[in-house]
Design a protein around this ligand. Sequence first.
Ligand code: PBG
Length: 329
Amino acid sequence: MYPTVRPRRLRRTAPIRRLVRETRLHPADLVLPVFLKQSLTEPAPLTSMPGVLQHTRDSLRRAAAEAVAAGVGGLMVFGVPSVRDAVGSQATDPAGILNLAMADLRAEVGPDTVLMADLCLDEFTDHGHCGVLTADGAVDNDATLLRYREMAVALAEAGSDMVGTSGMMDGQVGAVRDALDTTGHTDTAVFAYGAKYASAFYGPFREAVDSALQGDRRTYQQDPANRREAAREVALDVAEGADLIMVKPAMAYLDVLSDVAAATTVPVAAYQVSGEYAMIEAAAANGWIDRNRAIAETLTGIRRAGAQIVLTYWAAEVAAELSAGRDFS
Ligand code: PBG
């Protein structure tokens, strides 16, 4: 007796496996998050994210040009200002570091690459929270929305194609959409962090943006235990006018990603965050896993779960491999 049906037939050779592969990585699906730090005169490597730099304005332009040459779909820019205050003034100053960077990058890459900026105050506040605080130290939702409105306009004027609303304030997508529309920026898209969890995997990001945060973000970011709540958050964002929806982090939230992809018709993205990157680099540096295979497997898994777009610190490297025709797996 032999099995009539043999799934292994389709796994026998690499060309057959390639033919029947259901999910593929493509450079244009990958977005590279980048950090720019105002006080630097030389780019600075990040200890907790081997291979990732805090850039100067010049090195950022070069890194952007390289990523674009590799074929990445876009860049997501984070700015680290030299001066921080309670309301994050530098976020809305046209001469603030993030706004300058957007203008630099637009000049460097021209109109053909998608430029996105993180629309959040945490890099700009001296207390490190994503919004402004009330007298008793709570994050003030509605006062923060007023700052996000101003920040959205500043970023649009600096050349951002999309603003990534990552602060998890209630009503932020609607507020930002309204601010953009009433100032003539009707074409600037809102890339909404629809489901964003209070995650330990943002750890290395704190080093990347020199975060001043004491405490945590659990009063505004979601509880990792909640799946249905993500559907509610995403529905609100879409109703408020989100053009794209992001799920973040990625690997510990693939169920959420799959739900979101099934429930919405807007493009869905996932952010493979700093701790996900650090974890794989650290294990690979110890010789415990095969680095490239692990990277490919996680990116493929994130795509397979429903993300059309993936933000990853490996975007430029993986895009270069794929563009060179190498099968990155
Ligand atoms: C908020 C923001 C964070 C990240 C992206 N946008 C930090 C946070 O929410 O605590 C984390 C990204 C990463 O860890 O790679 N500005």
